[in-house]
Design a protein around this ligand. Structure first.
Ligand code: XMP
Length: 514
């Protein structure tokens, strides 16, 4: 059976992949193509992949910017349903003869849309809906054959449709969870407007990923970075399915691991059948980051050192290919796409130096979000403790010790982190949280310990809820648990005099401090 497909035309928005993922959550296959695809190519894809509709993503540019990305307007005449979001919404209006102008007031965050016509994409919605917006231009006027479906205080045309053709625009982002009924809006588009069949599953993904890995690597040998985290574990399991014992998984202990981590990883994978090599590189990494306090520099150095270690191991293993557990948010946040802004260099991605000695880098999970990876891991029957494990950055505690990293600071951060983990899990909160950890700040503060003055470090506790790490909210943890964490950290770690709780959401903060 051919799957139905929704294509997302990418204008470089932070949420482009999230749109594709949301579509897949409805069991409809979705992929991303560049905005500059020609109408002919689109028609070919349409035939080959049963394309049932297009979604035009948001983007960081203004439609007025010189060289801002535009689609060929013939794409709107293919009799294919189209949904424009944010930049995509403005672009449709502009290309069909409507007007776009700078907004008097930039809208960012949650706002309320008044829905005047609950039809098509907006079918079944209330008169007022909570939506999430982030834009500085607005649609002013529409051509006569279009009609307004909704407005907000600052935005007279917040949603529109063509009166006869299945073309819609939404100024807000239905793909972001803060748009309360965004799920329903996309559902309407997929099933009411595009008439898609819900026939895409995680098994399809596994089959595709295994086939692709096998096709690229053939009878060659591959090496892979294995941290024991959910991403690399899932990638190991997929790769092992594809190339069996031609896979060597290398576990590098860079010394920035959490308490007990190297031992527990070995233990969890004892029953799996692949070549596992453990490298103790603690001294080597610590030497490389000595005195480096710039976070991006730290990330780059650690990423590079990782690759050096891999290259050495690959030579020993005779491996020509490198497999990585990179997932989609790692790539977007490293700014790999045209027009998207760089936020931070994620380990294993932009950290890769040009001097790579591999024939190819294979990233079977590159288009997935974390919750999708967990679904794949479950299907591959990985142990529950891996499936549910909280994410951990590649550079590890080195980016949770702010500023220059030392052995002693690592020890403090590791102990504080273990306390946060223990207390959150003991309270039974772990499953509902995205991440919970400690950050050792480079601020010192006065305290009093046992009647005398103490001068020690400030530890920040970061606990967040999130669905895919693109946005996150600080968790409203009961004070009793925070108090327990704080008192244990200050009691059990003599070098710490103060504990703070991070109350910042993402955006504007990122989840990790560096
Ligand atoms: P930020 O700090 O960018 O983090 O909001 C988003 C998510 O990614 C994790 N993270 C990383 N994961 N390599 C990784 O594999 C990295 O270099 C890295 N840095 C951050 C972070 O823990 C959070 O879950």
């Amino acid at each position: 059976m051919t799957l139905d497909t929704i294509l997302v035309l990418d204008f470089g928005g932070q949420y482009t992949h999230l749109i594709a993922k949301r579509v897949r959550e409805h069991n409809v296959f979705s992929d991303i193509v560049s905005y500059d695809i020609s109408p002919d190519d689109l028609q070919n894809l349409r035939k080959e992949f049963n394309v049932k509709g297009l979604i035009l993503s948001g983007g960081p540019q203004s439609v007025f910017d010189l060289n801002s990305p535009k689609i060929d307007s013939k794409i709107l005449e293919l009799d294919l349903p189209v949904l424009g979001l944010c930049y995509g919404h403005q672009l449709i209006a502009l290309l069909t003869g409507g007007s776009v102008k700078p907004a008097r007031k930039r809208e960012f965050g949650i706002t309320y849309a008044s829905i005047s016509k609950p039809v098509g994409v907006l079918k079944g919605l209330e008169k007022k809906e909570k939506v999430w917006m982030s834009h500085s231009d607005i649609v002013g006027k529409l051509r006569d054959d279009f009609e307004v479906l909704a407005h907000t205080i600052n935005c007279p045309v917040a949603a529109f449709r063509h009166k006869k053709c299945p073309i819609y625009g939404l100024q807000w982002h239905p793909e972001v969870i803060h748009t309360e009924r965004g799920y329903k809006m996309l559902r309407n588009f997929l099933f009411e407007v595009c008439r898609c069949r819900a026939n895409w599953t995680m098994e399809d993904f596994i089959e595709k990923a295994v086939d692709e890995t096998r096709r690229i690597i053939g009878n060659g040998k591959a090496i892979m970075a294995f941290s024991g985290g959910i991403d690399s574990s899932t990638a190991v399991a997929l790769a092992a399915k594809a190339i069996d014992r031609n896979l060597t998984a290398v576990f590098v202990n860079h010394g920035f691991m959490r308490e007990g981590e190297p031992e527990s990883v070995k233990h969890a994978f004892a029953k799996f059948d692949f070549r596992l090599v453990t490298v103790d590189a603690r001294d080597r990494f610590l030497k490389r980051v000595q005195g480096i306090s710039n976070p991006e520099q730290k990330r780059k150095i650690i990423g590079e050192e990782f690759v050096r270690v891999f290259e050495e191991e690959a030579r020993k293993a005779d491996a020509e290919y490198l497999i990585q557990g990179t997932i989609y948010p790692d790539r977007i946040e490293s700014g790999f796409r045209k027009f998207s802004d760089k936020i931070k260099t994620h380990h294993n991605v932009a950290g890769l130096p040009a001097r790579m000695e591999f024939v190819a880098v294979v990233e079977p999970l590159r288009d997935l979000y974390k919750d999708e990876v967990r679904k794949v891991a479950k299907k591959l029957e990985l142990p529950d403790r891996i499936v549910k494990r909280q994410p951990f950055p590649g550079p590890g505690l080195a980016v949770r010790v702010l500023g220059a990293v030392t052995q002693n600071k690592l020890k403090i951060a590791r102990k504080a982190d273990a306390i946060v983990t223990e207390e959150v899990e003991r309270a039974g909160l772990g499953d509902d949280l995205w991440q919970y950890f400690a950050v050792l700040t480079n601020t010192k503060s006065t305290g009093v310990k046992g009647d005398s003055r103490a001068y020690g470090y400030v530890v920040a506790v970061r606990i967040v809820e999130s669905r895919e790490a693109m946005t996150a909210s600080f968790a409203k943890i009961p004070y009793k648990i925070l108090e327990k964490i704080s008192s244990r950290i200050t009691n059990e770690i003599p070098e710490v005099t103060r504990v703070t709780y991070d109350l910042t959401n993402k955006p504007p903060a990122t989840i990790e401090w560096e």
